[in-house]
Design a protein around this ligand. Sequence first.
Ligand SMILES: Cc1cc2nc3c(=O)[nH]c(=O)nc-3n(C[C@H](O)[C@H](O)[C@H](O)COP(=O)(O)OP(=O)(O)OC[C@H]3O[C@@H](n4cnc5c(N)ncnc54)[C@H](O)[C@@H]3O)c2cc1C
Length: 384
Amino acid sequence: MGTNSGLYALTEEHEAIRAAVRDIAEREIAPYAAEVDAESRYPIEAQKALTAAGFHATHIPEAYGGEGADALATCIVIEEVARVDMSASLIPAVNKLGSMPVILSASEDLKQKVLAPIAAGEAMISYGLSEREAGSDAAAMKTRARLEGDSWVLNGTKAWITNSGVSEWYTVMAVTDPGKGANGISAFAVHRDDPGFAVGPKERKMGIKGSPTRELYFTDCTIPADRIIGAPGTGFKTALRTLDFTRPTIGAQAVGVAQGALDASVAYVKERKQFGKAVSEFQGVQFVLADMEMKIQAARHLVYVAAAAGEQGRSDVTRVSASAKAFASDVAMQVTTDAVQLFGGAGYTQDFPVERMMRDAKITQIYEGTNQVQRMVIARSLLR
Ligand SMILES: Cc1cc2nc3c(=O)[nH]c(=O)nc-3n(C[C@H](O)[C@H](O)[C@H](O)COP(=O)(O)OP(=O)(O)OC[C@H]3O[C@@H](n4cnc5c(N)ncnc54)[C@H](O)[C@@H]3O)c2cc1C
């Protein structure tokens, strides 16, 4: 297969990674998923297991002590973790989201400083773009950074930041040249020990309750001048380019949670008896399962194509990544909702995982750009 074929190739190594992650996920992550959700607590067992096996940030290049795994491998890791626990899948997913701006645009020194501890499993990283009043319209952000001597001084508040409080590092987008709109935004690497940095209380969410979401506060937060990621004014471009590489990972989460819901449904309908037989014997039930399977297969292929598009440097990567994210997350919502339906009343209780999966799936339609925003991105690219 050519390097710019527009498709992807799954190797034996990819399959080996899938088998290894599935084993860890089932033995060391799945047993805690219900408890993590019920108690809204961080899935520390998952973090330990993923880090011990080197699956916490597989995308980091070998030059910084990482595994140097390709985008497809990273998607497979995230998919397999999400199949048992969406919250835990945000550990590898957000490590990629937070570090991609650094990988794409930072100086060599900053890459070493930030990426090496993440690769070593000694630190995690979050991504700070959104604000309360600047979500879909992220370029309307108000957080400011000004150069004072050898330091950048940040002021403002970021909202909805995944894994904040747990992460040591934060990539933060802030306005450095207010007259210039999106071209006046720069990206920075902030460490949680930097003076003037603090995180807020945890949001009380519908799902992914194991993944803390908090605000970030910058009050004359002072960081060394060389913590800027790329040149001043390039931060928003870096933030958007990052999403080309990470929207497939949200698609992978969506495929994973949908697969988890289908697997649970297949097992349940074979066990559950009504009218004197297993409900799996009713064609009406079988057709629901078949539709779930078709949608998941289609979503998985599109997600893998999008992952490969980033690797191949394809010119349509933005459109393909947005398509994969939107399609797979819509599939995840449909499939997890169908799963609850197939479980009947039991599906509506916390005695089975499908209600959690339905709540968790919902976020994949919202973050890294809502699915309305993905459709705007796709249409803009078509009409250009
Ligand atoms: C759990 C969680 C974790 C998150 N993690 C992070 C993170 O780690 N880092 C980060 O930076 N952000 C994060 N976010 C923020 C997330 O990316 C935003 O919530 C999202 O981009 C939507 O922004 P908003 O919430 O302000 O919605 P709004 O922009 O206010 O949108 C409201 C509604 O209007 C629609 N809409 C808006 N504009 C248009 C338009 N032009 N055309 C059509 N419809 C439109 C939207 O689709 C939506 O339905 C997270 C959010 C959540 C809930």
